[in-house]
Ligand binder design. Structure first.
Ligand SMILES: [Zn+2]
Length: 151
């Protein structure tokens, strides 16, 4: 037994079992395979593979229409420049600040209050600590991630 996906001339799709592929051809030729919906005997096997190819072509066409090469290049260029800027900013911070590590929040407060020498520092702060510092008027900045972190 073999199961065929069939379609009539009015595009009704249905499935039917046949003893073998030859029986389908013979029965269909003699008008003995009828659509269950409209009784049409103009019935053929549903062609699955061409339908898939057609769908894929449609998708490719849609993608090409929505993203012209120029736009893609523009995004890439902007991202490349952002990465360069982030890298420069990171290097600037790394070379021109003292690393105070986890003492960052208290050091930042001390500098802000004038209790410690005015200088640029870097270190670690939790998001809560950074938020508290900002609320106290201490200007802290997130350090851009290293270039490797982008990917
Ligand atoms: Zn039909």
């Amino acid at each position: 037994m073999i199961k065929y996906s069939l379609v009539c001339d009015k595009d009704h799709a249905f499935e039917s079992w046949f003893p073998d592929s030859e029986s389908f051809d013979q029965l269909a030729r003699r008008g003995l395979v009828a659509c269950p919906e409209c009784d049409s005997t103009r019935v053929g096997k549903a062609l699955m593979a061409p339908a898939v190819v057609g769908g894929r072509k449609k998708v490719e066409a849609a993608v090409a229409a929505e993203s012209p090469p120029a736009n893609v290049a523009l995004v890439d260029e902007r991202q490349r420049r952002l990465r360069e800027l982030a890298k420069e900013l990171r290097q600037e911070i790394m070379t021109k600040t003292d690393d105070v590590g986890r003492r960052f929040p208290e050091e930042a407060r001390a500098i802000h209050a004038g209790e410690a020498p005015l200088r640029s520092i870097r270190g670690q702060a939790t998001p809560d600590e950074a938020r508290a510092l900002l609320e106290e008027g201490v200007g802290v900045l997130p350090i851009p991630p290293a270039p490797d972190d982008f990917n």
